[in-house]
Write a protein of this length. Structure first.
Length: 269
């Protein structure tokens, strides 16, 4: 076993400890990526099912004070009533498909039974600093039917957007049905919808595109990668050990060749 005595050297002890620590760390990272893969796959399946579900009346899925659930989010809903543009607000710091910063237009939609549905009609440009209320094309007047994707109320925790105060008139940071209910003094349905129909004439406000799928296969690839790395650590460690032994044996053989075979004889060259 003297040939492995070098493993007790400071350098090899440190290398071995690092290798031992890396294996469970990489295995754990692989399981984390597996968890992310399962989460994203489940989310993609849920979104796809919601987007392809048959449209239903909005009040079948939400009501005043209701918190929209994961299974209800992105469901296509319909509502009949009239837009109340006098109470319209805009949501700051929102981007369109090209990454331009502007506003989302949030217009109360008064249903036939008197309840209010918040409708995100789409994106409009800021036209400079976001201090003045932007130019917003008017929605259809009178009684109309709208279609859209049901969305949950926005929160800072979910969106990362701070709900700051002291904003310019009729501007908000987050869409919150409970807060809008207090502002409007009305029975506001929980959540809001992203309008998909009728399409605005002239393409403004610019409608919000369907939510894209998250890249779950990438997480699966990372999972396999981490586990391969974990399996490769002991293989790499053993390769280095065998190389060290081979180099020591070659050095010992070279030293023997350089020593005289008999006393008084010249060294072998």
């Amino acid at each position: 076993m003297h040939r492995y005595r070098f493993l007790l050297s400071r350098q090899w002890v440190i290398l071995t400890l690092v290798a031992i620590a890396l294996i469970p760390t990489m295995v754990k990272l692989g399981f984390w990526q597996q968890h992310r893969y399962e989460q994203r796959t489940a989310r993609n399946d849920l979104v796809s099912a919601a987007l392809h579900a048959k449209p239903v009346p909005v009040e079948r899925l939400t009501a005043p004070g209701h918190a929209v659930t994961r299974t209800e989010k992105y469901r296509t809903v319909t509502a009949t009533g009239a837009f109340d543009t006098a109470q319209q607000v805009v949501v700051r710091r929102r981007t369109n498909a090209d990454g331009e910063v502007g506003f989302h237009v949030l217009t109360p939609f008064v249903l036939d039974d008197g309840k209010v549905l918040l409708v995100n009609r789409g994106w409009v440009p800021a036209n400079g600093a976001q201090t003045a209320f932007p130019e917003v094309p008017a929605p259809p007047s009178g009684r109309t039917t709208v279609t859209g994707r049901l969305m949950a109320d926005e929160t800072t925790a979910a969106s990362g957007i701070k709900n700051v105060t002291g904003l310019p008139d009729r501007q908000i940071m987050l869409i919150d049905s409970a807060r809008e209910a207090r502002r409007l003094g009305a029975r506001v349905l929980g959540g809001y919808i992203q309008q998909t129909a009728p399409e605005p004439p002239g393409g403004s406000p610019e409608q919000i595109s369907d939510p894209g799928s998250e890249d779950a296969p990438l997480n699966y690839a990372y999972m396999i990668q981490w586990w391969l790395f974990a399996a490769g650590v002991p293989v790499g460690w053993w390769f280095l050990v065998r190389r060290e032994i081979r180099e020591q044996e070659e050095a010992a053989a070279a030293e023997r060749r350089s020593e005289p075979s008999e006393p008084g004889e010249p060294a072998t060259v």
